[in-house]
Design a protein around this ligand. Structure first.
Ligand code: FAD
Length: 483
């Protein structure tokens, strides 16, 4: 299958547009095409795979043991999609999604590809835009040499490179072990793995342990943990962390049980779990709610992953964190429902054909709750010390946010954005939003659910003026930008 790399080659309209070519999007697009829909799959990356199967068709990493068997399973998912009669636009970013005012039964999507922008129409849309790493703001995290562990994994999968020099990995969550073992297997010099999982979380997670015992995560997780602890220096119970250095990282200061240690390092990789990427779904008007167990905002969805906007479904980790296997199955379930909404399947046919997929989905989600409760980050890593930069785009500190909330009685992040510009930069609040909400909630004594989240608008990804200027000036395209 040759990806479309010229935006002019896209059709005016599709039955279904799927945004995101990770396991959810690839499976949704393949299933929908197999059901006879005209389908366009778009993804901002040059090749399919999403996060987990990133660069699966192009990776320079040939030794399968480095990335592990789960990664190579991506080839089958891509293969199925390539056999399906669907269109695929690589390197294509979706920056707007709304109803087409001229044809309200249709959606209008704003896309950029190869430096050009265009609006196309779709009857149904499946957002499979995945997750992002949860922000992990600590003092000094903006120093050169500090990055997310996921970014290091992207560099490994995409270019076969590992971080230079003495590397420390810090944080919590199932991915922490995977990333440590992959980078170590690829030759990174990992001098320490710092686990910030709060000890008290074990008692909270206990209630969900029986289900975890019946889940596919148990054996895999234990093996990975044992391997990582055997091969690498592992430090658990970390309650404080700061990156230190003049102009660049020189060391990490670690607090644990009242004691403090300084570890000299050249690279510090941070990771405290993943959260759904909600910018496009939120800007498209889909309702979101705060999931207190996953401690993040998730879209409000029905059992077919249909959102509060009829015709837009959200599948994969963008629907709530469930992992790669459930992402693929969620994509298929959403595709069945899209076919039903387009009259290609009756309700009964949809239910019957989707039943085995649903059963598989239930299995893959078993044990998830235990992981969510166990790896919920500690408050000090969600609402950091005052000197910590929280909004990297606008260089706003935690202290400024706390102070403004106290002095001006700020009740929510949109007011804070107006006062301090946090969330106004190129990342559109992806790296500061959860932290700003946490800090306001802390000052006001409210829950994140009560505090709310940023009101997100298109464009949700940066668009150049040249791209906008090149857009055919229709009412819809003007409104898509000035809405
Ligand atoms: C950095 C990172 C690394 C991870 N690594 C692993 C791992 O090694 N193993 C594992 O089990 N899990 C990993 N995960 C968890 C991961 O969320 C799931 O395993 C799985 O990839 C989720 O599948 P998905 O299809 O929902 O989303 P994803 O696989 O994330 O795919 C979503 C795709 O949509 C694209 N996209 C998003 N917005 C737009 C837009 N506006 N326009 C166009 N394209 C867009 C993204 O670039 C991405 O390619 C990782 C998560 C992150 C954030």
């Amino acid at each position: 299958m040759t990806p479309l790399t010229d935006i002019g080659l896209l059709a005016e309209r599709y039955d279904l547009v799927v945004v995101g070519a990770g396991p959810a999007g690839l499976s949704a697009a393949a299933r929908a095409a197999e059901l006879g829909l005209s389908v366009l799959l778009v993804d901002e990356n040059p090749a399919p795979g999403g996060q987990i199967y990133r660069a699966i068709t192009t990776t320079p990493v040939k030794d399968r043991a480095i990335l592990g068997e789960d990664y190579w399973r991506g080839a089958d998912i891509v293969g199925r999609f390539e056999r399906a009669k669907a269109s695929y636009a690589a390197g294509c970013t979706v920056w707007a999604l709304g109803s087409d005012e001229a044809q309200p039964e249709l959606f209008e999507l704003g896309l950029s590809l190869g430096g050009k922008a265009r609006m196309i129409a779709a009857s149904q849309v499946i957002l499979a835009t995945g997750a992002q790493e949860r922000p992990f703001p600590i003092p000094g995290w903006t120093l050169p040499g500090v990055m997310t562990a996921g970014a290091a994994q992207i560099a490994l999968k995409g270019s076969g490179i590992v971080p230079a020099g003495r590397t420390v990995i810090a944080g919590c969550g199932p991915l922490l072990y995977l990333l440590a073992s992959q980078l170590a297997a690829a030759g990174a010099e990992i001098v320490a793995v710092l686990d910030t999982t709060p000890k008290r979380n074990w008692s909270k997670a206990l209630a969900a342990f029986p289900e975890f015992l019946r889940s596919p995560y148990l054996a895999k997780g234990l093996k990975l943990m044992a391997q990582t602890r055997r091969k690498l220096r592992f430090v658990s119970g970390v309650t404080g962390l700061a990156a230190k250095g003049e102009g660049a990282l020189a060391s990490a200061t670690v607090e644990r049980g009242g004691a403090s240690e300084t570890i000299a390092c050249d690279t510090l990789l941070l990771h405290q779990g993943v959260i759904p990427g909600i910018n496009l779904s939120s800007a498209a008007g889909c309702e979101h709610l705060f999931d207190s167990e996953q401690h993040c905002w998730v879209p409000r969805l029905d059992s077919w992953f249909a959102s509060s906007v009829p015709g837009i479904a959200i599948a994969g980790d963008g629907a709530g964190i469930g992992g790669a296997e459930s992402a693929a199955l969620r994509g298929e379930v959403a595709a069945f429902d899209a076919a039903r909404r387009l009259g290609r399947l009756t309700r009964d046919e949809r239910d019957r054909q989707a039943a085995p997929i649903r059963a598989g989905l239930e299995r893959t989600l078993r044990g998830r709750r235990f992981l969510d409760l166990l790896y919920k980050p500690a408050l000090q890593f969600l609402a950091p010390k005052d000197e910590t930069i929280v909004c990297r785009c606008e260089e706003v500190t935690a202290g400024q946010i706390r102070d403004t909330a106290r002095r001006l009685g700020v009740t929510g992040p949109n007011q804070m954005k107006a006062f301090l510009r946090c969330g106004m930069g190129p990342c559109q609040g992806r790296l500061c939003g959860p932290t700003v909400v946490e800090l306001i909630s802390e000052v006001r004594g409210t829950s994140p659910a009560e505090t709310g989240y940023y009101r997100l608008r298109p464009p949700v990804k940066p668009v150049t003026l040249a791209e906008l200027a090149a857009l055919p000036q229709t009412d819809g395209s003007v409104k898509a930008v000035v809405r």
